[in-house]
Design a protein around this ligand. Structure first.
Ligand SMILES: C[S@@+](CC[C@H](N)C(=O)[O-])C[C@H]1O[C@@H](n2cnc3c(N)ncnc32)[C@H](O)[C@@H]1O
Length: 275
């Protein structure tokens, strides 16, 4: 399959999974309707680092079904969500409408964000776990982030750690580094008939094209486009069972290795400010 097809291949995968995710107890969509103060577990994890969001104009890149986007809106931000998956955005719009939240959703490839959103207009660009792996080039992403932010605006990203992404999760008894740590031109082409939440749905679009980005590559890309690094914290946990059989979940919904979790950086929070 040629490189230009990666958007099509990945979109088919996400479009098929979006309704199953919205129906899964793990995304807790109904809790957002029944409890107007409910926040996603991802945003609850971020909250101590997020700071004051009241009145902030924010954009959530790769917003999926909008559970994190609505959580940021509930913390006072005026939010726009962008995703390339129409099925994800249909779920996000339905959730916002049912919950009475005013959020603008825009359908586009993240690399086209500067064509469909107002450049240099946002105080905050937010990106949640499992976003960068869908993008072939982290520098092109950094150009988009810097282009969306006003001077002094900030990026907040919590992402799967590239060290975790380099591990072949099919080994049940040890950690085996088998996938690229550094960004490669060629995608990692994977096939997985499941998803990361509890669901009975059978999927047919199971191939994905993914790329890892080393932590230094992501930091360097941001520095090169005029962003100053203001925070970088590595965590021993992620919000899903990334290595099945080797992880346990805590009360906050975060998964870490059962055995010596200090061996593995599983996710990170990076913050940067546009000069
Ligand atoms: C795992 S979700 C990340 C959001 C968040 N962690 C969540 O669970 O709601 C990944 C999202 O990235 C979107 N995506 C993947 N490639 C994209 C691209 N090139 N442009 C825009 N969105 C993309 C997918 O449609 C999906 O909704």
């Amino acid at each position: 399959m040629e490189m230009r097809d990666y958007l099509e291949v990945n979109r088919a995968n996400w479009d098929e999974r979006a309704p199953a995710h919205a129906a899964s107890p793990d995304y807790a969509v109904e809790r957002f309707i029944s409890d107007p103060s409910f926040l996603s577990s991802v945003v609850r994890f971020d909250r101590p680092r997020l700071g004051e969001l009241a009145g902030v104009r924010g954009v959530h890149l790769q917003c999926h079904i909008g559970t994190d986007t609505i959580s940021l809106a509930r913390l006072g931000a005026q939010m726009t969500g962008l995703d390339f998956s129409p099925a994800s955005l249909a779920e996000a719009r339905s959730l916002a409408e049912r919950a009475g939240a005013s959020i603008e959703y825009v359908e586009a490839d993240v690399y086209r964000a500067l064509e469909v959103l107002e450049p240099a207009a946002f105080d905050l660009v937010y990106t949640g776990v499992g976003a960068l792996c869908w993008l072939p080039d982290v520098t092109r992403w950094a150009v988009v982030v810097a282009g969306l932010l006003r001077s002094g605006g900030r990026l907040f990203i919590r992402e799967c750690h590239p060290m975790l992404s380099s591990i072949d999760e099919t080994h049940l008894d040890r950690l085996v580094v088998d996938y690229p740590y550094f960004q490669r031109t060629e995608p990692l082409i994977l096939e997985d008939g499941g998803t990361y939440v509890e669901t009975e749905v059978q999927f047919s679009h199971n191939v994905t094209h993914e790329w890892n980005h080393g932590l230094g590559e992501t930091v360097t890309a941001l520095l090169e486009v005029g962003m100053d690094l203001t925070g970088l914290v590595e965590h021993d946990s992620v919000p899903w069972e990334a290595i099945p059989g080797q992880m346990g979940m805590d009360a906050a919904g975060e998964w870490r290795l059962h055995d010596r979790p200090w061996r593995l950086a599983a996710s990170y929070t990076l913050q940067a400010r546009k000069r």
